[in-house]
Write a protein that binds this ligand. Structure first.
Ligand code: ATP
Ligand code: MG
Length: 431
């Protein structure tokens, strides 16, 4: 174990949340070990500001819970304790130990046990251990650094510090074994490489193609959680590029991934939406997964809608049933909660409604609560090179007008003259 004393690293207690410091000192005072661990130590060493603080300890979840009134034990796959301070939650995990496949739950392990499926997938991981054991159970070397806020020392058991300096993402242990235990680690490798702008170590990278199909075993709900981390952390565009590079997007959105192989605008649109989201996050503006999901599945939904239209369905009917089917198919792989699927549908259906620039309805569209998202979406489609009939500019100007003027404009039949074309085209949703 490599111990780095306080004068040889840049972590300062003043960048650590008071709540986290409080939890650690309380645990230490009661005779337990307690360390800051994971992303927080990594980000502190990189000079950044961690978004949350995780603590590792040799106290069991029950011990921790007993020490903090404001705490509760959560999780089954990993049992952890959440200690709440107002809006801040400090996550406390007990050191995880080794587990072997055929070990029955034993008194030695305090009745806590791990479970693996026949294929080696880790179903449960609740065997407790030492700091060294805990370190090698973590995913990446740069995520396995521990900080002792009492002695100001950093503990490095996996050469994480070296990798941090080299800007390298490396799986701890044999990548194939670690991906087999938990295939989501492949997504994490890609995510951290994109977020930190690190390169992926070659062994870590090379094992991905052989293990990638294991991602098919991951429950849809967990993939959705991971989706949020992949695309709503401010690095969505870079993450998308890496997912495409490692051919992993197909496990999240198989139909989209298939579409992208023969449709160049599909990738451009999705990338534009990701860039837009990253920008909004950087500016502190609110973002919604619904918008990203709408972009990710638009190539699939619009193609299907066109197909249905060619078979005689009216445009809106075609779009409606295409949306239904696209979301239903996608949800077999990745959960899409209703609170997001509903706005997605509305954004898509709006793409048709925006084509009509005459009549009272067009004038009122601007005041609809989904107008803004749908209009932004339209602009992204145009930016991606989709043929929409260039109506974006028209809506850009039109929405600035007060309702009376809008009504006057659509009534006077000038509806279609604000844009570049006077002919209303049949909507051609991204082929
Ligand atoms: P972020 O900045 O995204 O929060 P993080 O490193 O804190 O990054 P978390 O998902 O919060 O990531 O996980 C906390 C820590 O738990 C990680 O740093 C890692 O050590 C460990 N960990 C998380 N997921 C896994 C996994 N699937 N396998 C092994 N270890 C994991
Ligand atoms: Mg974290």
């Amino acid at each position: 174990m490599n111990v780095i004393p306080r004068d040889q690293h840049c972590i300062s207690r003043k960048n650590i949340s008071d709540s986290a410091l409080k939890v650690m000192s309380r645990l230490r005072n009661k005779g337990y070990q307690a360390y800051l661990v994971g992303g927080a130590v990594r980000d502190l060493l990189l000079g950044g500001h961690p978004k949350d603080f995780d603590i590792a300890t040799d106290a069991t979840p029950e011990d921790v819970h007993a020490l903090f009134r404001n705490s509760r034990i959560i999780g089954r796959r990993f049992r952890i304790v959440h200690v709440r301070f107002g809006r801040e939650i400090i996550e406390v995990t007990t050191f995880r130990g080794h587990h072997d496949n055929d070990a029955e739950p034993s008194a030695e392990h305090g009745g806590n046990h791990s479970r693996q499926s026949a294929s080696g997938l880790l179903l449960r991981d609740n065997v407790y251990g030492t700091l060294e054991e805990d370190a090698v159970r973590r995913d990446l070397t740069v995520n396995a650094l521990y900080y002792d806020s009492g002695k100001f020392e950093v503990f490095d058991h996996t050469h994480g510090l070296e990798d941090l300096k080299r800007r390298s993402i490396r799986i701890i242990g044999d990548p194939r074994v670690r991906y087999t235990e938990d295939p989501v680690r492949m997504l994490r490798v890609v995510r951290f490489a994109a977020k930190l702008d690190f390169t992926i170590d070659q062994h870590t990278a090379r094992a991905i193609p052989g293990c990638a199909q294991l991602l098919g075993e991951i429950p849809a709900a967990r993939l959705f959680d991971e989706f949020l981390k992949l695309f709503l952390a401010g690095f969505a565009a870079a993450t998308l590029d890496k997912l495409v590079e490692y051919d992993l997007l197909q496990y999240l959105f198989p139909d989209t991934s298939a579409c992208m192989h023969h449709n160049a605008t599909a990738l451009s649109l999705i990338r534009a939406a990701m860039g837009n989201t990253d920008q909004r996050i950087a500016q502190g503006k609110p973002v919604t997964p619904a918008f990203l999901l709408a972009a990710l599945l638009w190539p699939v939904a619009s193609k299907l809608a066109l197909h249905k239209q060619n078979h005689g369905d009216a445009p809106m009917v075609a779009m409606h049933s295409a949306a239904q089917q696209t979301i239903g198919d996608a949800a077999r792989h990745i959960s899409i909660p209703r609170r997001f699927s509903q706005p997605m549908r509305e954004i898509w259906e709006f793409q048709l409604r925006l084509q009509r620039r005459q009549g009272r309805k067009a004038a009122e569209l601007v005041d609809h609560r989904r107008f803004r998202a749908a209009y932004d979406f339209l602009l992204l489609r145009e930016q991606a090179g989709e043929d929409t009939g260039d109506i974006g500019d028209w809506w850009t100007q039109f929405q600035e007008l007060p309702l009376e003027q809008r009504l006057a404009q659509v009534a006077s039949g000038k509806g279609n003259q604000g844009g570049h074309r006077t002919r209303t085209r049949r909507p051609n949703p991204g082929t």
